[in-house]
Design a protein around this ligand. Structure first.
Ligand code: SAH
Length: 456
């Protein structure tokens, strides 16, 4: 069809993208439309047309979706943090399940795959244990701090995020006041000038410990003694640090840490395992749901106590330690060196000795170990970042022929691609369990159990 910019149409929103845009079709041609909810009937104006899809702006809601709710956060619409706040929570879960299923069928070629309903949250707010807050100035030169608007680096000045713990609000508020009082400049991306770029706040859900890390474009925080004094008034303050990032980059954290107060980590518990978490290490952001995620992974691993397990992309050894009590031996591989240091400390602190950790790329470490030492595995767990597993790694995994593979994924499209590879090598998908980790956001975690089907 001939569609042009500024054309207007009436469309029914049929689906949503992971970024929270509604998808509606005009004569079969899909349009992505912000600020709409599945089930809405809306009037739209076309703002961009590409070959196979386009973008529309929502002009008017003609018939609101029955799944529409009033977002509880006053900046839900502008803020890039939440994508689905205007949609009933039950519907969010249903859409996420549908998305996983569609990707496994379309990309993974798994026509008959059964995807379980998403394990959801009882209370889908205030669940995050980590908050990253950019600092800057608005047009009037006033210091602002909060969250980026969707797809831009415009800072929405908002101290209280409804996904974060209330303590974050106090920390942001105190820091803002501190910068103002002492004339300390927030960082400006355009000119690459100014000092304070971000705050990283982490809190232990079960321990109540709080960590603050100030990311600076410099080497020192002026009046740091006063900053420490003020931060120490926050209940649970356990760790205060600076992170030095002098690069012109979107990457939030630099490599170098300066420790100002307390321990260089905070602790939290998942199940009966205590983890030490450093500012630079990955740790799942939703502690209550993480327990459910790891319980699912544990059950899919089917351990009896005799198994050798490889946990690839192990971070600070969270899954490794969770499985170790039920296995003979667990080997973890992770690319970030400080995370592996945490993993080793965590093993020791929990009195777990049947684990061993390696620093390096999973797709290099495992093939090398397999070639040189013929290492074996009964179960292999992978939990890669969004881009999924490297094919070299999948090759080695299928050569090692573990009885079971447990795939923990935060992106069902790359999951589907990798499952396709593994099923072609004789593995069969037995169970697919999505777990909510990002309520109000578009993403979902998925745990898949695969077993080797020798007949193929
Ligand atoms: N299983 C852990 C971490 C999962 S996040 C947990 O549940 O907490 C993915 C991890 O993979 C991150 O820690 C990241 O640093 C690591 N990573 C990214 N690319 C990697 C690679 N090529 N090889 C090994 N680890 C990698």
């Amino acid at each position: 069809m001939m569609m042009k910019k500024n054309d207007c149409f009436t469309v029914k929103i049929e689906d949503m993208t992971t970024d929270g845009d509604g998808i509606g079709k005009v004569d079969g041609f899909p349009l992505f439309i912000k600020d709409t909810v599945v089930g809405d009937e809306v009037e739209i104006k076309v703002i961009k047309v590409k070959k196979t899809y386009g973008y529309g702006r929502m002009m008017r809601i003609l018939v609101p979706s029955p799944f529409r709710v009033d977002p509880p956060c006053p900046v839900a619409r502008q803020c890039g943090g939440c994508q689905l706040q205007a949609m009933a929570y039950e519907k969010q879960l249903e859409l996420k399940q549908k998305k996983v299923k569609e990707n496994l069928v379309r990309i993974g070629g798994l026509a008959d795959v059964k995807v379980e309903p998403v394990i959801g949250m009882e209370d889908p707010f205030r669940y995050r244990n980590k908050t990253q807050v950019p600092f800057g100035k608005n047009k009037e030169g006033k210091i602002v701090a909060g969250f980026y608007a969707g797809r831009t680096h415009t800072i929405i000045d908002q101290e209280d995020c409804l996904l974060a713990q209330p303590v974050c609000r106090d920390i942001i508020h105190i820091t803002k006041g501190f910068l103002k009082e002492f004339g300390i400049e927030p960082y400006d991306e355009q000119s690459h000038k100014g000092l304070v770029r971000h705050l990283l706040i982490r809190n232990g859900y079960f321990t109540g410990q709080v960590m603050v890390c100030v990311i600076i474009n410099g080497t020192k925080l002026p009046h740091q003694e006063e900053f420490i004094r003020r931060m120490c008034e926050i209940p649970g303050m356990t760790s205060i640090s600076l992170n030095i990032n002098r690069e012109r980059t979107n990457v939030i954290m630099g490599k170098q840490m300066v420790w100002l107060y307390g321990t260089p980590y905070i602790e939290d518990k998942i199940g009966d395992i205590t983890y030490q978490i450093s500012p630079l290490s990955f740790f799942q952001v939703n502690p209550l749901q993480t327990k459910k995620l790891y319980d699912t992974a544990l059950s899919f691993a089917g351990l009896t106590g005799n198994e050798t397990v490889w946990d690839l992309y192990c971070g600070i050894g969270t899954i490794s330690l969770f499985l170790a009590r039920h296995a003979k031996m667990v080997y973890g591989v992770e690319i970030v060196e400080p995370a592996i240091q945490d993993a080793r400390k965590n093993a020791q602190a929990n009195g777990i000795s049947n684990v061993q950790f390696f620093v390096g790329k999973a797709e290099e470490v495992l093939p090398k170990k397999y070639e040189e030492e013929a290492v074996k595995a009964d179960v292999i767990v992978v939990d890669p970042p969004r881009k999924g597993c490297d094919e070299t790694l999948l090759q080695t995994i299928t050569a090692m022929l573990p009885k079971r593979i447990v795939y923990v994924s935060c992106d069902s499209a790359t999951l589907a691609r990798d499952l396709k590879y593994l099923t072609e090598k004789g593995y069969e998908v037995k169970k697919v369990q999505p777990v909510e980790m990002f309520a109000m956001g578009g993403h979902v975690e998925t745990v898949v159990q695969m077993v080797y089907d020798g007949n193929k």
